[in-house]
Structure formats: C-alpha cells, structure tokens
Design a protein around this ligand. Structure first.
Ligand code: BV8
Length: 249
C-alpha cells in the first residue's frame, strides 16, 4: 500500500462500490500509464517534444501537415499494438463483470483511444474520443480496414481517394453521436462515479464527474496527482491505478 494511502479510505471506497446500484467509471490516459503508454500530457516526448497535443490533434494540423500528423498516430498505433492491458484495466473488467452479475448498472467511459479496456475484457465501454486502431478518410469518414504502410503518407481512401486519418476525436471536433449524451445520462443517474487517471482538463469529458456530483453521487478519484476534481471527491485515493484498482474490485 502506498504510504500516502489511508487503508480506511480504500475500505470505504470498496464499500461504496459494493453497495452501489449503478456505477460509472471514467478513465483517462493514467489508466494506461502502467502498460507503458505515455499519458497524453507526456505523450509528446522525443521527436515530438517540440509540439503540444493541441498542435497535432486537430483537423487544422492535419490539413497543414498530413504526413506529420499521420506519422505521430502511426507511431502511437504501433506502441499500442505492442503493449498489454495492465492490472488497472483488468480490475475494471472484473468490476464490470461482478456488477452486472449482481444486476447493477455499469458503464465504462474512456477518453483513451488505445483499445486496452476492450483487450482487458471490458464490454460496456463508451469511447468518447474514438479509437486509434481505427482509420477513416478525412473527407467522407469512409472506414478503412487496411491501408498501405509504404509510399505516399498518409495513404488514400480506397473508396474516394481522400487522405486517411485516425478515427479519433480531435480538438475542435464533436464527440461521436450519442456517446456524450449516454455518458452524461449515466453519470447523472449513477450513485457511484469512479474517476481514474484523468487530469480533468479536457471537455466535455471533464464535466461528467461534476454531473454525477450534482446529482448526489459519491465520487471516488484514483490519481497520484491532484486534479480539479480532487477537492470535490468523496474519496481521493492518491496513488497509481494499477496498484489501487485491484484493491477496489
Ligand atoms: C468539443 C483523441 C465541441 C486524440 C483527445 C478552451 C479553449 C479551446 C478549446 C476548448 C476550451 N475549453 C474546452 C475546449 C474544447 C476542447 C478542450 O477541452 N480543450 C482543452 C485542451 C482545454 N475540447 C474539444 O475540442 C472536444 N470537442 O468540445 O466539441 C465543439 C466542437 C466544435 C467547436 C467547438 C466545440 C474534443 C476533445 C477531444 C480531444 N481528443 N484524444 C488523441 O488521443 O490524439 S483528448 C486527449 O486528452 C486524450 O483522449 C486524453 O485521454 C484526454 C484527456 O487527457 P487525460 O486522459 O486526462 O490525460 P492527461 O495526460 O491529461 O492526464 C493523465 C492523468 O493521469 C494525470 O492526472 C496523471 O496524474 C494521471 N496518472 C499518471 N499516471 C497514473 C495516473 N493515474 C493513475 N495511475 C497512474 N499510474
């Protein structure tokens, strides 16, 4: 146990989840950190360190320099394909399974685009920001199941010839139809909201925890650092997801 974690807080969090009728779990890049995926704020290291996420993860950046944006995502896609879910992902899959078996409502809402929750066995997943493993064309969103890895980059759409792009939500883009509405509805209806590994800086995802608070839910935060939610959380467990989540499920 982390010396900064009060075992009583862990026990209280476990009890809240065990007694919940309806649970929403929101995850951010911190839940994949122990799989070796850099968090979003840290993602731009090495050759990308001179960029900010907002410089690359936008439609404008893609139009300005499609090859650079495609290369950043190709590198991240390869990284994601090379790692495995960690104990935090597996614990959330177990929590979902146990909750559903007990007839509870459970929804996992993730900001992550790495697909690791599905790989860990979670099924009630809402991907707010899309999935880096999926590719579509820039002009018409035609899905691309396969694409060339050599020659002109980005590759072009087989159906219309437009440039291909990752099927993720960039800054300034709307979230997938209905996904946010479902997540907001579930957050306002749940009695326990578990926020794991998110800095709470990106909207509209960051508003979900506050919708839960406003509706009277108990909020549990798992994060080694402080966030705008920490002071409002019912229980703030200041430690890593891979170490703490297995203690909660
Ligand atoms: C929208 C996909 C409507 C791409 C992502 C003010 C000015 C300008 C714009 C805005 C503004 N206010 C709001 C906006 C809109 C903007 C926004 O929020 N900007 C921010 C930067 C201020 N939002 C949007 O544009 C959204 N769309 O609003 O549409 C609209 C439409 C048209 C016109 C106007 C409005 C779309 C946002 C989606 C962007 N896409 N990802 C990609 O991945 O490349 S967001 C990106 O950030 C990732 O998905 C990431 O998951 C997400 C959030 O970050 P976190 O997950 O929290 O990760 P972060 O690194 O920040 O933090 C990690 C945390 O983990 C830390 O707290 C750390 O302590 C913790 N941690 C570390 N290790 C561990 C750990 N925790 C546990 N265990 C550990 N071991």
């Amino acid at each position: 146990m982390h010396d900064s974690i009060d075992p009583q807080d862990v026990a209280r969090a476990r009890a809240l989840l065990a007694g919940a009728r309806s649970i929403v779990a929101l995850t951010g890049a911190g839940v994949s950190a122990e799989s070796g995926i850099p968090t979003f704020r840290d993602a731009l290291t090495g050759v990308w360190s001179r960029f900010r996420p907002e410089d690359l993860a936008t439609p404008q950046a893609f139009v300005r320099d499609p090859a650079r944006v495609w290369a950043w995502y190709a590198e991240r896609r390869a990284k994601v394909a090379s790692v495995a879910p960690n104990a935090a992902h597996l614990a959330l899959a177990r929590l979902e399974e146990a909750s559903v078996a007990q007839g509870k409502e459970f929804m996992l809402v993730t900001q992550n685009v790495d697909g690791l929750h599905h790989a860990a066995g979670s099924r009630r997943i809402h991907e707010l920001h899309g999935n880096i493993r999926r590719v579509k064309c820039f002009d018409h969103r035609h899905p691309a199941a396969v694409w060339g890895e050599a020659g002109e980059m980005p590759p072009r759409c087989g159906a219309c010839g437009a440039l291909l792009r990752p099927d993720v939500v960039w800054f300034g883009e709307m979230l997938p139809e209905g996904t946010l509405e479902h997540a907001l509805e579930a957050s306002a209806a749940c009695d326990v909201f578990l926020s794991v590994g998110t800095s709470g800086l990106v909207e509209p995802a960051a508003s979900l925890a506050f919708a839960a608070l406003a509706a009277g839910a108990a909020v549990i935060e798992v994060n080694p650092g402080r966030t705008p939610l920490t002071s409002r959380a019912t229980i703030a467990l200041r430690g890593s997801a891979a170490k703490l989540l297995p203690l909660l499920s």
